[in-house]
Design a protein around this ligand. Structure first.
Ligand code: SF4
Length: 290
């Protein structure tokens, strides 16, 4: 049995960078506290907890001898200031793609312009962005919500980094009717999610079974599963290699593997190793999951 990995899979640039920054911070020797869970992967969070990383929910929980970490979603400037006042050190792991949205919003607000962000107003990334231009920014989920906005002055239109392009384009179009000047439209969507989906789609038609490794509640992993299922009926979302059912692979000649943007490489390696054991009867394995 051949095991084929999608061309794009696993940690996105921003998450990989954040995890590396946390590991560097651990090297300092002080307790490390991340404001909110660093990533949405139970196994990786457990690994980091064993190394001494704890999650806090509020900046007030940081102690003066601790290192506070801002995760890839970013925070408002006020929250950052609060962390800087309380912690021994602040590690800012805001993804540079998110920082770009924050800076664009901040600059437009300084110029007295309105900012419309297409995205989920309850998402931590959006809460952080609004904090950079609180009096001038509106977050809308879709084009329909633009109808509820007041008249907009020389608006900037940007997007939550993980939004669908179509939704962003529809919002940008709808903003025109509310604006007193041609809106400045800057596409700030990050390609990580789309790249993983495109790579999974390209592989799904070539395999007999497909494993998506990721959290059961991870929205990008669930979407990856849906993409695989379009072409491969035997597509499964698993968190670890223990969830592989050997009977699903009885007739499989080729198996595809991909992983969500919060899935670490060590979990992916374990799944691939298990699949290779199951697909190679010569290695003495009896074909049952351990
Ligand atoms: S999905 Fe994109 S914007 Fe979000 S953390 Fe990853 S690389 Fe950064």
């Amino acid at each position: 049995m051949e095991v084929l990995l999608a061309n794009e899979y696993g940690f996105c640039f921003g998450v990989e960078r954040a995890v590396e920054m946390v590991e560097d911070a651990l090297g300092v020797g002080a307790p490390v506290r991340t404001l909110g869970p660093l990533i949405h992967n139970t196994q990786e969070m457990q690994r980091l907890e064993c190394e001494g990383v704890a999650t806090i929910q509020d900046p007030e929980q940081v102690k003066p001898d601790e290192i506070a970490v801002i995760r890839a979603h970013g925070v408002t400037p006020l929250v950052q200031l609060e962390l800087e006042k309380r912690a021994a050190q602040v590690v800012d792991a805001t993804c540079p793609f998110v920082t770009r949205v924050q800076r664009l919003a901040e600059r437009a607000a300084t110029e007295g312009r309105h900012v419309v962000v297409a995205g989920n107003p309850d998402h931590p990334e959006m809460i952080g962005v609004v904090g950079y231009a609180p009096d001038n920014t509106f977050v809308v989920r879709d084009a329909e919500e633009v109808a509820n906005l007041p008249s907009l002055h020389a608006p900037l239109v940007v997007s939550q980094t993980t939004l669908k392009l179509q939704t962003f384009l529809e919002v940008a179009e709808a903003v025109r009717s509310k604006a007193d000047a041609e809106p400045q439209v800057v596409n700030t969507i990050c390609s990580a999610t789309r790249d993983r989906q495109d790579a999974a789609r390209a592989l799904a038609g070539m395999v007999d079974a497909f494993y998506v490794i990721g959290g059961k509640h991870s929205s990008n992993s669930i979407k990856l599963l849906a993409v695989c299922q379009e072409q491969c009926a035997k597509s499964f979302l698993i968190e670890t290699q223990d969830e592989i059912n050997p009977s699903d692979l009885s007739d499989a000649k080729r198996v595809g593997v991909t992983a969500g943007a919060s899935t670490p490489n060590w979990l992916i390696d374990q799944v691939i190793k298990r699949l290779r054991e199951l697909g190679n009867p010569g290695n003495g394995n009896n074909g049952h999951a351990n």
